[in-house]
Write a new protein. Structure first.
Length: 580
């Protein structure tokens, strides 16, 4: 058997820097903008629709967005990508590169014809199992059951470059994608530039997760120690508008500089603005600071527009009390006391970054994910053992393997693999839960319901009990027991931070019982949690139609089609109602 592609595509070459101002780059940002626009033009408007500046000008720090065409949004799951920079050309280049990164990466993941192979079927040399276990910090006392569960799992494998050892290895791509997903891809003017950025991104999110999970107090950075001209100018722009800025050293001894910035506007918070909390990692401390501050500007809406940013790696604080452990300083340091791996050549910075990680016992991997037609260099990097938000906590190898097994394209195969895993591991709540998912996909809801009851009897944690009740709702819905499904979904909704899917399903069950007003309330709650899902607007339209509120129904169908032009039932209903 073979895996595709046959090589990692990583070939580090000398790449001397030719632009060093707000960021170090291979070429000036204006040239990058022209080059990437030309690349996107060859793809047509289905990928890049337009680029526009969106900041109000209050901070005088530019923010751009690239609006996705339908082909890009269908792959990436987003309608836009944001770009940051201290200059207008750098912010525009960033917005374009963000789209190039996401489009290339998701094209690679979703369109490459991978085979599903078990570990024994994957070609050698393969990633060592110790790295797989390290990726989820699996306890050393239970490695044998973990190995058996992992080796029973068919998944997509790919060649990656073990940057630390300097060799090609077959790696379990699905394994790390499920942990990291969008954390790790990056695009650049050349491969070395993209690779450095991708490594910095995974470091940034790792240290951010450690600080958040442990509520670490860390050293403050003395703002008076900031002398680099662009970084100094950015701080002055925040100060002129009365924005409070807290700078922290999040390097955490990894040997690569990370700066965190927590900012808020006492004059507009909380009525018109939020506490914005970001981090930036780069080769030099000044560049790390610039990245953190420009990301604040990207997310803040100039601290006056009432915008609400989406959380990535660091939490969003509702009030200053929640943010206190960040604002409190464990001493104070100068910016130039942070580690510095900057060099004149991107290749040398990549190797310095890899060496710093090796010193701490971490191995870095990367693979080329450049799009064949777009031809903007793009890579995907990951470091086993690194954290990302909460994805690496509260889990282990067996749980992760079972979850991936339940998502196999063939549900019959998924069920068989999960049964094989049960032979290697003690019966814990998540094994019958994942078997239930496979049974639901096989349209065997009665058997799935029995597995879900078994899972509940095995004392799952509250976070997973919510998912079990959600799937009970799915199974009962599939059996046509809509009132019973409503009760199960109501229990799921009562847990903290319910998933939008709960309210989508609840709305469907209420609709089937002709309880249209309550169904509208459920779909509206789903929209509150995830405003970007077109189906929920269309479902509200259907319930409004049943209530005879035709103009409102048309408005909802039209809005759904703005979000998803391919939503055929919304278009058909809208045309029918307008025809009447």
């Amino acid at each position: 058997m073979a895996i595709i592609p046959s090589q990692s595509g990583i070939n580090l070459k000398s790449a001397p820097k030719k632009h060093s101002m707000e960021q170090d780059k291979l070429r000036p940002p204006a040239e990058t903008v022209a080059w990437v626009r030309e690349r996107f033009a060859l793809m047509g408007q289905n990928v890049l629709k337009e680029v526009r500046r969106i900041d109000s000008g209050r901070l005088d720090i530019p923010v751009y967005i690239s609006l996705c065409g339908h082909q890009a949004s269908a792959l990436t799951g987003t309608a836009k990508q944001m770009g940051k920079g201290a200059s207008s050309s750098q912010a525009e280049a960033s917005a374009l590169m963000e789209l190039a990164e996401r489009f290339s990466f998701f094209s690679y993941m979703r369109q490459t014809p991978f085979e599903h192979l078990t570990a024994s079927q994957a070609p050698a040399p393969r990633m060592e199992f110790s790295q797989v276990a390290h990726s989820l910090h699996h306890p050393a006392s239970a490695l044998e059951a973990a190995r058996q569960a992992f080796e029973a799992l068919p998944q997509r494998w790919a060649w990656a470059r073990n940057l630390t050892a300097g060799r090609e290895e077959a790696v379990p791509l699905d394994w790390f994608y499920a942990i990291n997903e969008y954390n790790g891809p990056s695009a650049g003017n050349c491969q070395a530039e993209a690779l450095l950025q991708s490594l910095c991104e995974v470091i940034e999110r790792h240290v951010s997760a450690l600080v958040s999970l442990e509520r670490r107090r860390s050293p403050a950075i003395d703002p008076q120690s900031v002398r680099e001209p662009v970084a100094r100018e950015l701080l002055d722009k925040f100060a002129r508008q009365g924005i409070q800025v807290f700078l922290k050293d999040y390097s955490l001894g990894l040997g690569v500089p990370t700066v965190a910035a927590l900012c808020y506007d006492p004059a507009s918070f909380p009525a018109q603005s939020e506490i914005v909390y970001t981090a930036g990692t780069a080769a030099s401390p000044a560049m790390a600071l610039i990245r953190a501050l420009t990301e604040v500007a990207q997310l803040a809406g100039d601290f006056q527009t009432g915008s609400s940013y989406k959380v990535s790696a660091l939490p969003k604080f509702a009030n200053l009390r929640e943010a206190a452990y960040v604002m409190e300083a464990a001493g104070q340091v100068a910016l130039d006391s942070l580690p510095d791996i900057s060099r004149d050549d991107f290749r040398d910075e990549v190797m310095a970054c890899v060496a710093a990680l090796r010193e701490k016992g971490f191995t870095a991997y990367s693979l080329d994910v450049s799009h064949e037609r777009l031809q903007v260099p793009a890579v995907y990097s990951f470091v086993p053992g690194f954290h990302f938000a909460e994805r690496t906590t509260g889990t282990d190898v067996v749980f992760h393997a079972a979850k991936l097994a339940s998502q196999l394209p063939d549900p019959e195969q998924a069920l068989q693999v999960l049964e094989d895993m049960a032979q290697a591991a003690p019966e814990v709540y998540y094994l019958p839960f994942f078997r239930a998912l496979a049974l639901i996909n096989l349209e065997r809801p009665a058997e799935a319901l029995a597995e879900l009851e078994r899972a509940l009897a095995l004392n799952p944690p509250a976070s997973d009990a919510s998912s079990i009740h959600t799937q009970r709702g799915v199974a009962l819905k599939d059996l046509g027991f809509f009132a019973e499904a409503q009760e199960a979904l109501g229990r799921a909704a009562a847990y903290a931070e319910p998933h939008p899917e709960v309210f989508n399903l609840l709305g469907f069950c209420l609709f089937k019982q002709k309880r249209y007003e309550q169904a509208i309330e459920a779909f509206s709650r789903a929209i509150e949690l995830d405003p970007g899902q077109a189906i929920n607007y269309a479902n509200i339209g259907t319930n409004l139609r049943e209530l005879g509120r035709i103009p409102e129904a048309c408005e909802m169908y039209a809005h759904a089609l703005e979000l998803d032009p391919e939503l055929d039932f919304a278009r058909e209903n809208l045309e029918r109602l307008r025809g009447q």
